[in-house]
Ligand binder design. Structure first.
Ligand SMILES: [Fe+2]
Length: 162
């Protein structure tokens, strides 16, 4: 399992869920789709932050990856707000749109700026190994409703240990 192909397929899957939520016809359906989006993004950002980014953290990619972690955090704040909100809240749809924009930006930066450089500087066998590790961690996280950790991650980031 190639790391880049894995992450790209997860990007596509989440964008598909955003398309579905825009078309959803009931609050139950909307909530179920949001929970799928939140789980998928919580697990995706975790495998990137714990495995992929540390593995590729070098040279001129460092600044880009520091920025990506901040952008993950901004998206997690939106997810935490949404987890606290019923889908009939006036601001629910607006926050879903903002989350979609945040993720579109994430996908664009990774796919256009990070992945091509990683492809150029890592061996296929390394990318296969990171992919396998990330796939395992992702599958494991997805059995535990990973969205539930998002509010804690946001709170910890707001008051880092000194
Ligand atoms: Fe990503």
């Amino acid at each position: 399992m190639n790391a880049i192909e894995l992450l790209k397929s997860q990007h596509q899957e989440v964008m598909g869920l955003f398309d579905q939520i825009e078309e959803s016809e009931s609050e139950e359906e909307c909530l179920a789709l949001f929970e799928q989006i939140a789980d998928a993004l919580a697990a995706h950002t975790t495998i990137e932050e714990k495995i992929f980014y540390p593995a590729i953290y070098a040279g001129d990619l460092k600044d880009k990856l520091d920025e990506a972690v901040e952008e993950h955090l901004a998206a997690k704040r939106t997810i935490a707000d949404l987890l606290n909100m019923p889908p009939n809240d006036d601001q629910f749809d607006a926050k879903i749109k903002v989350l979609r924009e945040q993720i579109e930006h994430h996908v664009e930066e990774e796919e256009n700026e990070v992945f091509p450089r990683v492809k150029a500087s890592f061996e296929d066998v390394e990318l296969e190994e990171y992919g396998t590790q990330m796939r395992e961690m992702f599958d494991d996280l997805m059995t535990q409703e990973p969205r539930k950790n998002v509010p804690n991650e946001v709170a910890e980031a707001a008051s880092p240990p000194r």
